[in-house]
Design a protein around this ligand. Sequence first.
Ligand code: IMP
Ligand code: MG
Length: 175
Amino acid sequence: MGISYRTLIGSEETIKRIEELGKEISKDYEGKEVTTICVLKGGVMFMAELAKNISVPLTMDFMAVSSYGNETSSTGVVKIIKDLDESIEGKDILIVEDIIDSGRTLSYLMKLLEERKPHSIKICTLLDKPERRIVDVAVDYVGFSIPDEFVIGYGLDYQQNYRNLPYIAVVDQIN
Ligand code: IMP
Ligand code: MG
């Protein structure tokens, strides 16, 4: 079983855009400390690259939720697989996501994290598919808005594979 795919956003372009996001975030959080929450597993590469470009004091925590299983379309079921290690009460939280599709995952996460009384919560996503939105979420930082196509690479998977591609690719065909 294989798939065919083609580059949508190259490695250099991706890294350059993440640098810009890092600068913007550093400016917005000046004088504060940012608690980044990476949504596993897809957000991991983006988180690593983004964090290198943020100059304010920063801590990292990780959370894993399931939304899709092995399918390529949303089921609407969101479950916590791994919770945060630290309390976020009173903290300035930045959620770091790979992609926002229907918005279900993030809207669920936001509600859950807000109950823990952080000082603020913002969302930073590498990719956004605005056409696919079902649940409205306020996204503060977007790397790239992309059309309604299934993408892989830079942390994003197809059946757990291809996360290691250093660029973002569109899946053309699933054989
Ligand atoms: P949402 O709840 O529909 O917004 O789904 C968000 C999650 O679905 C993302 O964090 C990804 O893990 C996954 N996802 C959505 N679109 C894609 C895609 O094109 N490629 C790979 N994963 C995707
Ligand atoms: Mg994800």
